[in-house]
Design a protein around this ligand. Structure first.
Ligand code: ASP
Length: 313
């Protein structure tokens, strides 16, 4: 049901096994961060800020928290380097901005927003994106801003296993290193506008130049005022092949589903077609919130129709 004038907001901090969250202190740390960031987003929306402003604010704050795999907490690729992807989308007119394989930038989501508003393009990558960041006057972050001891250790373990892995991967008993996650934020403001943002360091030990779903419009992120806003987290290759965010939007558009039904149908499709690993958060055009995941857990939280703040694994 439409709640005219009310706002809704959801954020996620990645999907996976999160076995390390057996530890109470770690769980509290994640949930406190998600709750704090939702409260910031609430303030933006209550002060009349747009859905776009809310998702950019929340995504930037998530990028600034080193426990998540985005911004300063980004995981490392096969060469021990940070390569980040991010995208933002405005459901009012389907305008979108994305960046891929960028480094030395504290807030890739803000660069994606510049691509959307200050360029005639939707996506810029690698050096071209970094030159555009300079053009927009964005400061470069120093290397040590990203290289946390946890990330270096996580890469060392992934290399030993000769594998790539989700930040919160479900595999292997050794999960101490799997404690961070890709981030996303979606919102519906009081005017009924939808927006979505997703930002990530990708997957651990990924090939240099690998781009995941997060910056791909329709895969890791999508927003359309007529349907819903979606942000995904998990194995990007699964989401790209199923175009999962747009698939969920199409279910709302063509089958008149609400957020809960479209999320369930989208997750069923993801699982059946490719055995997809990960999850999504969804807010539909009426402000209803839903989440679904195929992994053991997904760190996320929401404020539905301006109500209480809920945080979950
Ligand atoms: N979806 C991201 C990627 O594949 C990773 C994640 O969500 O943890 O790059």
């Amino acid at each position: 049901m439409a709640h005219t004038g009310s706002y809704s907001l959801m954020v996620h901090g990645g999907a996976g096994a999160l076995d390390n969250v057996k530890d109470h202190q770690t769980a509290v740390r994640y949930l406190e961060s998600i709750r704090r960031i939702l409260e910031h987003g609430r303030e933006v929306l209550e002060l009349g800020g747009s859905a776009l402003q809310a998702v950019e604010t929340c995504a930037s704050l998530l990028e600034d928290d080193p426990v998540f795999n985005a911004g300063c907490g980004s995981v490392l690729n096969e060469h021990g380097k940070v390569e980040m992807d991010a995208a933002i989308m405005d459901g009012r007119d389907l305008s979108a901005g994305a960046v891929a394989a960028v480094d030395n930038i504290a807030n890739p989501i803000q660069l994606a927003r510049y691509v959307m508003t200050e360029s005639e393009h939707v996506m810029l990558i690698a050096e071209g994106a970094m030159r555009f960041a300079d053009h927009c006057g964005m400061e470069r972050a120093t290397e040590d801003y990203f290289y946390t001891p946890d990330r270096v250790e996580q890469l060392r373990k992934a290399r030993l296993r000769h594998k790539i892995m989700l930040d919160h991967d479900d595999t292997e008993a050794d999960s101490e290193d799997q404690k961070y996650g890709t981030i996303g934020a979606i919102a519906r403001d009081g005017l009924g506008n939808l927006a979505a943002a997703t930002s990530t360091g990708g997957i651990v030990n990924k090939r240099m130049g690998r781009v995941g779903d997060s910056p791909i419009i329709g895969a890791g992120v999508f927003a359309d005022n007529e349907t819903c806003a979606v942000s995904a987290t998990g194995y990007g290759e699964d989401f790209m092949r199923t175009v999962i965010a747009k698939t969920i939007s199409d279910l709302v558009y063509m089958k008149d589903m609400d957020a809960t039904a479209a999320t369930a149908a989208g997750i069923e499709y993801l699982t059946r077609k490719v055995g997809g690993r990960g999850g999504v958060i969804v807010i539909d055009r009426d402000g209803n919130c839903a989440s679904g995941f195929t992994t053991k857990k997904m760190i996320h939280g929401w404020i539905e129709h301006g109500g209480e703040t809920v945080v979950r694994f």
